[in-house]
Design a protein. Sequence first.
Length: 221
Amino acid sequence: MKDKDLKRLLDQNREWAAAITASDPEFFQNLAKQQSPKYLWIGCADSRVPATQLVGMVPGEMFVHRNVANVVVHTDFNCLSVMQYAVDVLKVEHIIVCGHHGCGGVKAAMENSQLGLIDNWLRHVQDVIRDHEPELSHINDPERQLDRLCELNVIEQVLNVARTTIVQSAWQRGQELVVHGWIYGLEDGLLRDLGVSIDCAEGLEAAYQGVTEGSGQNRER
Ligand code: CO
């Protein structure tokens, strides 16, 4: 049974490669020589959020890093190495941090679930909860509260990306690079721009102020 499941994957791969070759006979040969993606995608590992597929891109167009709950941690050499290579070598022009509503990782952090090793990883999302407690506590519907936390988590990770030495150095030497925050709706398959794009070191300060003031306003309500 298991072998049959895997055979399906290999069969489908052959069909996929054949279909691409039929429309562009040189596609794979050209791609094998080099990649020059303009975008780096940092997203959740969730199987329902297939990065390249949901923006209708073909192989070669997007560099991708995915982990549970799309978290950017300053000591995570995996994520940092992906970013460094993407920015310094591939010279991507956009870094998109994309979260999604109904994220299981974010939900586990919110509910303080005991799932094992991953609890340590999700501590980072709990930091986001702590920082935005005033706003979150004003949302009564649990589903809306989770979705808002998914969005706030993206915004915080955008700031984390912008604060890395990798992005800071790129801006310092005048390299064009914009960091964006998007959220994906599992229910309708649509992406939404959270309006927190940052394209320079000064923009980072403004974005940070916006995020903290946003929480402050909610606190007063
Ligand atoms: Co997720």
